[in-house]
Design a protein around this ligand. Structure first.
Ligand SMILES: [Zn+2]
Length: 130
């Protein structure tokens, strides 16, 4: 992925550096969706029972990858919408600022650490205690 220039000069969430980062991610993810969709149609056309109404395991795997690529694209889409609305880098639940280091690790992050999904927190805790 191409990184925007001047990484250290403009890390303020919502600034142009983040817009460039999110737009680059959006393009990458759109391309991933496109490539997977093409792959899906190639595999579907080559399937021996094409048109029989049942997806082969290979097709089902690609369908899952297409679905997750679409979700990833939608996540970036929504992050760009928050940026345009001036809400980027703020927790959607409590409006607290999300630390820049969190956004660097996950530019589509929508919650602060305190409001982050409990399921994720529990999974992290079980990893620690297991
Ligand atoms: Zn919060």
């Amino acid at each position: 992925m191409k990184q925007p220039a001047s990484e250290t000069t403009s890390p303020v969430p919502g600034g142009p550096w983040w817009r460039a980062l999110l737009e680059a991610r959006w393009r990458d993810r759109l391309q991933a969706v496109t490539e997977l969709s093409v792959e899906f149609h190639d595999v579907a056309a080559a399937a021996p029972d094409a048109g029989a109404g049942r997806a082969t395991p290979a097709l089902q795997r690609i369908m899952q990858r297409v679905a997750s690529a679409r979700r990833a694209l939608a996540d970036t889409d929504e992050a760009l919408a928050r940026l345009a609305a001036g809400r980027y880098g703020r927790c959607e639940s409590c409006a607290a600022p999300i630390p820049a280091r969190t956004l660097r690790a996950d530019p589509e992050a929508r919650y602060c650490a305190r409001c982050a999904e409990p399921a994720v927190v529990r999974r992290d805790l079980s990893l620690v205690t297991a």
